[in-house]
Each structure stands twice: as C-alpha cells, then as structure tokens.
Design a protein around this ligand. Structure first.
Ligand code: BES
Ligand code: MN
Ligand code: ZN
Length: 511
C-alpha cells in the first residue's frame, strides 16, 4: 500500500474579500453579535445576510450555517457562507476549529472546491490561523476510497485564510507560519484516519510496518522494524502470545526523531496500540460491530502520524515511537484462556480473557521504549469498551502518574481539540488484577474496567512519568457531526505532536 498526502496546503491571502478568486467565502460569526463585516457582506448579498440575522434564520449557534449567493457585480467569491461560533465567552480553539470544519464540509457537500475563510477576530490571530487551517484540512478527509463512482466521492477542496490587508509584515508572517503548522497537524490527523479506515485484509501488521518505512523515508525519521525472530530474542512473550492465533506475523515498529538542536536530556516515548484486527481471539467477540475492530490500530496510527508531524515541525526534543502490530485471531495455535505468558521484563501474566489483548502487547512495547532510552511516556490505545460507558463518545480517558505530567498531557490535548478527562489509579484497584498462579491476571472484572486496564499498563512503565489515553470510544465516530463525518477521527495525533513542543515547560527533564 502507498500512502498519499491528500490535503493541499492552506494559503494565506491579504486580498480584500471582493477580490478573492474562490467559490465561497466562509465567515465565522459569534452568537448574539453583529458581525464586524456585516455591512460589507450585505452589500455583496443585497441584504440577505442582515435579513437572515434579523429573522433568526441564522443564529450563529455552534456549527450552524447560512449560505447566500453573492450577487454584487464587483465580487469574485460566488457565495458567502456564515458559520456559527456560539457565544464569545465559550469561543475557544475547539469552537473555531469545529466551525471552520463545519463550514468547509458544507461547502464541500455542495461541490465548491475553492474556499476562503475569514479570521473570526476572537482569539490571537496566529492561534486562529492555526485552528482554521486545522479545521479546513480536517474537512478535506474522505473515507470512501473504495467507491468506484466518482459522484459518490466528495470533491477535493483547497483553502486560503483571508488575512487583514493592513497590519505589519511580521504579523502576516506569523499567520502564514501558523497556517502551515495547522495544515501539518491536520493532514497528519488525516493520515491516521486513512490508516484506521483501511480494512484489516489490507492493513496487516506487515503492511502497516511498510507504510511506517515509507513515512520514515519521506520525513527523515529513523525506522526499525522488528520481526518475530527479534521479538523472540527479546523474550516478548505477551506480544508473541497474542500473535500466535493469526496467520499474519507480528511486527514492532520503532520510529526515532532526533532534533537538529537538543536542549534537553529527556526523551519522549510514544507507544500506540496496533492491533490490525481484534476478533477477541478464543474469547471471541459477538459478530455485530466486530467489523469496526479493523480500527483497533488507531493508537498505532496516531503515533506514526504524530511522528511524521514531529519530523516536519522539528521541536528540540528527541522522540521515540513504538508501535506493536499484531492481529488478534482464534487460530489453532492461539493462546487459550488460562495460559500463562511471560513478559520481556520478566513478569508473568495469566490470560483470563484473550480479548484483553491490547494491554498485553502494550506491556512489552512500554518495556521496549524504556530500553530505547525514553524518559517520559505516553501511550494511546483503543483499550476498553468501558471507557465509552464512563465518558461517552466525545471524551478520551486520561490516566497516569505523576499528576503534573498527566495534567500537561491533558491540557495539551484539550487545546489540540482532543478533549480528555482524568480517571484515578488508586492502588487498591490493583487487587482486581490478582492471579492465583501468576504475577498478574490480564482482566480485573467488570467494575472500573478502564481503570484496571490502565493499572495493568502501569506495571510496565518502570515508574517513569507516564500518561495513558484510552481512545476506544473517540477514535471512531459512530454518528456524523456538522464538523466530522462518520468514521475515523484521527484523535490524539495533534496532542502527541503538540506535546513534543512543550518540553521547555517540563519541570525535570532529567528524571
Ligand atoms: N479493542 C477492544 C476495546 C474496544 C471496544 C475498542 C470497543 C473499540 C470499541 C479491546 O481489545 C477489548 O476487547 N477490550 C475488552 C476488555 C475486557 C475483555 C476486559 C472490552 O472492552 O470488552
Ligand atoms: Mn480485545
Ligand atoms: Zn483490542
């Protein structure tokens, strides 16, 4: 499989609105406020913008849209599209990103290809430019890659951000840099979506590792791919145990980013769950919705895609990414419930349920990323169905230790548009993982299922600062939203990439 960049860069234009050579001008609008440019928009639409605001046909509630042709003879944009930001007090980067995506998606549904987006004027201009660029780039993603009929597939869009004609040159340069950054972050989110969207007959562990090799070669990352033999040499009994039931051999991908200038002795270690299909193994899953388990490698896709973004953004922070890639199948040589397997670190695990496979492969991967010198850890995994019971489909579960590290990851995620909420890891939950014959059992029963899964992972973090993102309910959108179609979301890519740019704020870079 060849991976391709499907999203064109986002430009910045200082041309006045009437001179923009686009199909549509998208204008974000605050609820309950008259848009600053209302008079100009009215002139373009012969009063329709004002009429829509007056009649409350358009209220500017979050992600609502209003469209009018622009009929003034001296206007090049063919239409004006207003999109709601909600109220000023609640308008943050997430609202701006979503509004841009909502506007761009509805334009795209109407098959308009060339888009201009106005700065809302609510946040700092560069911050707005980055989030607008993210929104319009996210809106360019198309999941229907195996459709034959071109009419069934949305058009490719290209966007420019409309910057004020006045103002200093360095202000414009900052907006251009921010737009480029937003485009990188969102096109890498789209890469993660494309990988998660691939069916499991295409996206096997070997194919994923090939794609990782291509990404590495294109972006200057060092890539190492471990095969079964090397994993056996490292005694990765948990990862290899899960792999036993599949005809597809496992892989473990290592990606390294070494910055041009190192200003820290810390090494950020990213680990992503890469189960290319999760049938459950011998503890097989029910068949309804099992097809969605092709996306059980979304954490691995997020790590690979974030590593690509990091290679482009070039922070002064070394980063190593580790992606264990395994297909969880119930073949004749599969691991059985009750089997005991030994981790590379030496701990023994009684496998009560072969469907709790993510924590097994992550345990060996967390150990390995420490062997490679990581000092600060983040793992991303579609780990538990229970996280959707706790937090629903809009919020990623956040776990880890110590508090400052978990806090930093959480704040970075919320700014990046990957909303998270913390859950506790009190020591007494550990009791639920007690095994009668081994060091640990791989499941802790129904109560607090997402927490006991995280407690299991913690056993393999060697006491390093560690955060765990459970994306089982956020990696795949079951319902379309104005800003996002059904399907893969690319969650956590922007969080991980932005996190690699925060190391100046880490209190102790030499733990
Ligand atoms: N990949 C699943 C978790 C999952 C569920 C992801 C739904 C996306 C949507 C994971 O490997 C799993 O099967 N977890 C089990 C754990 C249980 C056996 C303790 C679960 O959540 O049921
Ligand atoms: Mn499973
Ligand atoms: Zn799984």
């Amino acid at each position: 499989m060849r991976y391709a960049d499907q999203t064109p860069p986002v430009g910045v234009s200082r041309a006045p609105w009437p001179a923009l050579d686009v199909d549509v001008l998208i204008v974000p609008v605050l609820e309950g406020e008259r848009p600053a440019a209302a008079a100009l928009l009215d002139a373009a639409t012969s009063g329709r913008v004002n009429a829509a605001l007056e009649s409350r046909e358009f209220t500017a509630k979050p992600n609502t849209v209003f469209v009018s042709p622009s009929i003034a003879a001296d206007w090049r944009p063919g239409r004006v599209l207003l999109v709601g930001l909600g109220q000023r007090a609640t308008c943050d980067t997430s609202r701006v990103r979503q509004a841009a995506a909502s506007g761009a998606l509805s334009a795209r549904e109407r098959r308009w290809r060339r888009l201009a987006v106005a700065l809302p004027g609510v946040l700092a201009p560069a911050e707005e430019a980055q989030t607008l660029a993210e929104g319009v780039t996210l809106a360019a993603y198309d999941a229907g890659i195996y459709k034959s009929d071109a009419d069934e597939r949305p058009v490719q869009i290209g966007s420019v951000i409309s910057a004020p004609a006045s103002g200093e040159a360095d202000g414009l340069a900052a907006i251009e840099r921010a737009a480029a950054r937003g485009h990188v972050l969102a096109s890498c989110s789209n890469l993660a979506r494309a990988l998660a969207n691939e069916p499991a007959n295409v996206m096997t562990p070997r194919v994923f590792s090939d794609v990782a090799g291509q990404v590495g070669a294109d972006s200057g990352l060092r890539v190492d791919v471990l095969d079964e033999e090397r994993m056996m040499g490292l005694n990765m009994g948990l990862l290899l145990g899960v792999a036993r039931g599949s005809a597809e051999p496992p892989r473990l991908v290592v990606l390294r980013y070494d910055p041009p200038a190192v200003s820290t002795r810390s090494v950020l270690g990213l680990v992503g769950k890469g189960i290319t299909f999760d049938s459950g193994g011998i503890s097989i899953k029910p068949s309804d919705r099992m097809h969605l388990m092709k996306s059980d490698m979304s954490g691995g896709a997020a790590v690979l895609s974030a590593m690509k973004a990091i290679a482009v953004l070039k922070p002064d922070q070394p980063v190593v990414g580790v992606i264990p890639l395994v297909e969880n199948m119930p073949g004749g040589r599969a691991m059985r419930p009750g089997d005991v397997v030994r981790s590379a670190e030496g701990k023994t695990v009684e496998v009560i349920d072969t469907d709790a496979e993510g924590r097994l492969v992550l345990a060996d991967a967390l150990w390995y990323v420490r062997q490679l010198g990581a000092t600060h850890l983040v793992d991303v995994a579609t780990l538990t169905g229970a996280i959707g019971v706790a937090l629903g489909r809009s919020t990623t579960g956040l776990f880890g230790t110590p508090e400052w590290w978990v806090d930093l990851v959480g704040r970075t995620a919320n700014r990046a548009g990957d909303r998270t909420w913390p859950l506790p890891l009190f020591d007494d939950y550990r009791e639920q993982l007690r095994s009668d014959i081994a060091d640990l059992a791989n499941v802790g029963g129904r109560p607090a299922g997402s927490i006991t899964a995280a407690i299991f992972l913690k056993e393999f973090t060697g006491g390093l600062p560690w955060a765990h993102l459970d994306i089982a309910s956020t990696a795949w959108a079951e319902d379309a939203q104005p800003w996002q179609p059904k399907g893969p979301t690319g969650v956590a890519v922007r969080t991980l990439a932005e996190l690699s740019c925060t190391s100046a704020a880490w209190p102790d870079a030499t733990p």
